[in-house]
Structures are given as structure tokens and as C-alpha cells.
Design a binder for this molecule. Structure first.
Ligand code: NAI
Length: 297
């Protein structure tokens, strides 16, 4: 059976173009009422071209869907509150939040100044707090909610010139890990997607796969994560070119020695790095349990 979003209200941030637009179209096509948020910035977050969200609303309507535009900035607490108010006043509820808005201020760490850090953290990392927090109150009351954040391989694996961007993106992984734990008993699920897609953000990079990187292929993963039937929570999925794969933080069994010295660390790196029987702890207590097992307690 197709995954329908009839009766659900979804907020998609940064949905005036690129990936956000594709997510909004996909959710709208599947029956969700969509709040298309986009304040219309340049790639670096400057300037405002606020008509972008309204164009996507028209596109959703042309597909037979229902949507409203919102031009608040996700980078402020007030903007996030106002965005969720837009959803509630237009459609009476909110069920899904897709945190997608983003900017780029790439610099080598050597050249990274405060103006290259705060705005990036404000849009990507704090933006997810600003929008998800007011939605969360509603999710808890109604006993249902789906949160998706947009992370990046730059955060999971590192990328030259992206210190602030990568920090924000990995911060989002920490956020969904905690939201997954705190939301479980309210049927609130929170996951991250690490997209690979051709948009204005990536068109400057040379990429031999460019013609395979349709943002809509990422939207299929986002739509699944937003659906009522999705049981995943606290997971990170890499998505691009039609491939979907789990990204995870694992831990080797490691080396244990009750009188560990610096020399022991040096001499036992092979065991520290041996990933035979590695684990993916479900929360931070699970690490303690593994340690207790290894200590025979
Ligand atoms: P994009 O530049 O086409 O879209 C970003 C949108 O966010 C823009 O329309 C912009 O106006 C909006 N935006 C920026 N600041 C905002 C704010 N304060 N409030 C509301 N809207 C704001 O870029 P793209 O590629 O579609 O990026 C979407 C997300 O995916 C971003 O979070 C990006 O970091 C992430 N991403 C994209 C990848 C790709 O391959 N395209 C790879 C990894 C992550």
C-alpha cells in the first residue's frame, strides 16, 4: 500500500528550492498539507528573496495538494515559533517537521572568523531547535510527531573547509539521538538524513554523478522517515542517487586493563581498532553496560 499523508500537516524549512522543495512536493503529492518555509537567502545566508516559498506552494497546488507559504527565518527563536503558528493557524495542527534550511560559509579553519561560525550554527543547528521546540509541545500533547533533520557527510566523515558546517551537521545527530529517546513514549520519532543531491549548494562542485543526483530521490527517504508507519528513531540515513544506507557511530570492543598506562595504549592499538564484534550502542548507558561486561561485573 502506498504511504499516504492524508490528514497530516508537515512543515518543511528551506523549501523554496533544492532539497526542501523536493521534500515539500513529495509530501504534498502524498496528501500532507504542507507549510513551505523559506526566507529566500543567498547560499551564504545573505539577502532575501521571499517569493520563493509562494512559488513552491503554487507547484504543490498544481499537483492537487494543499500548502501555505511562510517566510520566517529559522535562525531565531521567534522565527521558529511563528513558523509553527503558521501551521496551526492554517491547518489546525502539525505532525511533521523537516528541518532542511541551510547556508554555506566554507573557509579553511585558519580563515574561519566569527561571521563564518555563528550564522551557520544559527541556521542549521539552532534552527532545528527553534522550529522543533514549539512543534514538540504539540507532538507530546497529541501523542504523535515525526522530526527529520538534515545532516551531512561533511559532519559524519569530515570535509576540507567546512569546520562550522560539519560541527552544525554533527550537532544535529546528537539532537535526534536525544529526541528519539525523549520522544519514544509519545510516538515521536526523530531521524536524520545525509543527502547527496544536485542543488545550487552543490552545483559548484565538480561531480561525475551530477546527472544521477535528483533531489527527489532524497525525498523518498525523507517521506518514509516522516510517515506514521516508520518505526525508525535516532537513525541516520545517507540518501542520494537512489541509494539509501545507514550511517552509524559504532564502538569496538576495545582493550581493557585495570592499570592502563599510556604505554599500554600505544602497545594495544590493534585491539583498540579491531572492529570484530563492534557494537552500535542504543544510548550512552549501553556503553556502560558493555564496559561492565568486559570488566566481568
Ligand atoms: P539550497 O541552498 O538550495 O536550499 C537551502 C534553502 O534554505 C534556501 O532556499 C534558503 O533560502 C533557505 N534558507 C537559508 N537560511 C534560511 C533561514 N534562516 N530560514 C529559512 N530558510 C532559509 O540547498 P540544498 O542543497 O537544497 O540544501 C538543503 C539542506 O541539505 C541544507 O541543510 C544542506 O546543508 C543540506 N545538504 C545538502 C547536500 C546536497 O548534496 N545538496 C549535502 C548535504 C547536506
Amino acid at each position: 500500500m502506498d504511504l499516504s499523508f492524508d490528514g497530516r500537516v508537515a512543515v518543511v524549512t528551506g523549501a523554496g528550492g533544492g532539497l526542501g522543495r523536493a521534500h515539500a512536493l513529495e509530501l504534498g503529492r502524498r496528501g500532507a498539507k504542507v507549510v513551505v518555509n523559506d526566507m529566500g537567502t543567498s547560499l551564504s545566508g545573505d539577502g532575501v528573496e521571499s517569493g520563493r516559498a509562494a512559488i513552491v506552494v503554487k507547484e504543490i497546488e498544481a499537483l492537487g495538494g494543499t500548502a501555505v507559504a511562510d517566510v520566517n527565518s529559522v535562525a531565531t527563536t521567534e522565527g521558529g515559533e511563528a513558523l509553527i503558528r503558521t501551521a496551526v493557524s492554517a491547518f489546525g495542527r502539525v505532525d511533521v517537521v523537516v528541518n532542511n534550511a541551510g547556508i554555506l560559509r566554507d573557509k579553511t579553519f585558519q580563515n574561519t572568523g566569527p561571521d563564518d561560525v555563528d550564522p551557520v550554527l544559527d541556521v542549521h543547528l539552532k534552527g532545528a531547535f527553534n522550529v522543533t521546540r514549539p512543534a514538540w509541545r504539540i507532538f507530546r500533547e497529541q501523542g504523535f510527531g515525526r522530526v527529520v533533520v538534515t545532516s551531512s557527510s561533511a559532519g559524519f566523515f569530515g570535509n576540507f573547509g567546512q569546520a562550522s558546517y560539519a560541527s552544525a551537521k554533527m550537532g544535529l545527530v546528537g539532537l535526534i539521538k536525544v529526541l528519539a529517546i525523549e520522544g519514544r513514549k509519545y510516538d515521536i520519532r526523530a531521524n536524520a538524513v545525509g543527502p547527496v543531491a544536485l542543488t545550487r549548494m552543490t552545483e559548484g562542485f565538480e561531480n561525475p554523478l551530477a546527472d544521477r543526483l535528483d533531489p527527489a530521490l532524497v525525498s523518498s527517504v525523507v517521506a518514509y522517515l516522516c510517515h506514521d508507519s516508520c518505526e525508525l528513531s535516532g537513525e541516520v540515513l545517507s540518501a542520494g542517487a537512489g541509494r539509501v544506507a545507514r550511517v552509524f557511530v559504532g564502538m569496538t570492543r576495545g582493550y581493557v586493563n585495570g592499570s592502563l598506562s599510556a604505554e599500554d595504549v600505544r602497545d594495544h592499538l590493534a585491539e583498540v581498532f579491531d572492529d570484530t564484534g563492534y557494537q552500535v550502542p542504543g544510548n550512552s548507558l549501553a556503553e556502560m553496560e558493555l564496559l561492565a561486561e568486559m570488566l566481568g561485573k
